[in-house]
Write a protein that binds this ligand. Structure first.
Ligand code: HEC
Length: 145
């Protein structure tokens, strides 16, 4: 009996946890999603880590101004392959841009929607992500000074 109650409690807690992630519509929920799914590689504030993980802070929104950059931000493996659903990814990405690089968000920026994220995730990048990134930066050096 105790075992059953224990399992029930775990199940209910896990469900509450999932529902709250799924309904990530408040800034603090995006923060939690970031901590659980992204922070392990990107740190709390999107700092560069070694040569592998690029800085998001003061950089990531620059991709919005270059051709293919908007798509790239969703097609990177860490985003496209995330366990989060399309709506949560859209919100998390909009939040990430506003939080980590507000100065480079173009004036005409339209927030990502779940629909757009869903389409871009059908075409995820794999190991070539770093090369695609390097090419975007090299072709648009003036945006990445
Ligand atoms: C396993 C480590 C890892 C995780 C987890 C991860 N990322 Fe990344 N991320 C990277 C690496 C490495 C790159 C550089 C591109 C590449 O080589 O994949 C990157 C690139 C990016 C970029 C493109 C920015 C740029 O300058 O290239 C964005 C945006 C991004 N990640 C967001 C996220 C978000 C949001 C999450 C969580 C949902 C996440 N990442 C989870 C490792 C990770």
């Amino acid at each position: 009996m105790a075992g059953f109650i224990c399992k029930l409690v775990v199940f209910v807690l896990a469900s509450i946890c999932q529902i709250s992630l799924w309904a990530a519509d408040k800034p603090q929920d995006n923060q939690v999603a970031w901590m659980l799914g992204c922070q392990g590689c990107h740190g709390a504030s999107g700092v560069a880590l070694g040569n592998e993980v690029p800085a998001l802070e003061n950089t990531v929104a620059r991709f919005l101004s270059v051709q293919g950059g908007r798509e790239y931000l969703i097609r990177v493996p860490g985003v496209a392959m995330s366990h989060l659903d399309n709506a949560a990814i859209a919100q998390l990405t909009n939040w990430m841009l506003r939080t980590m690089d507000p100065d480079h968000i173009p004036l005409n920026f339209e927030e990502y929607s779940a629909l757009e994220v869903g389409e871009l995730r059908q075409n995820p990048l794999g190991f070539e992500a770093a090369t695609v990134r390097a090419q975007l930066v090299a072709k648009n050096a003036k945006y990445f000074d």
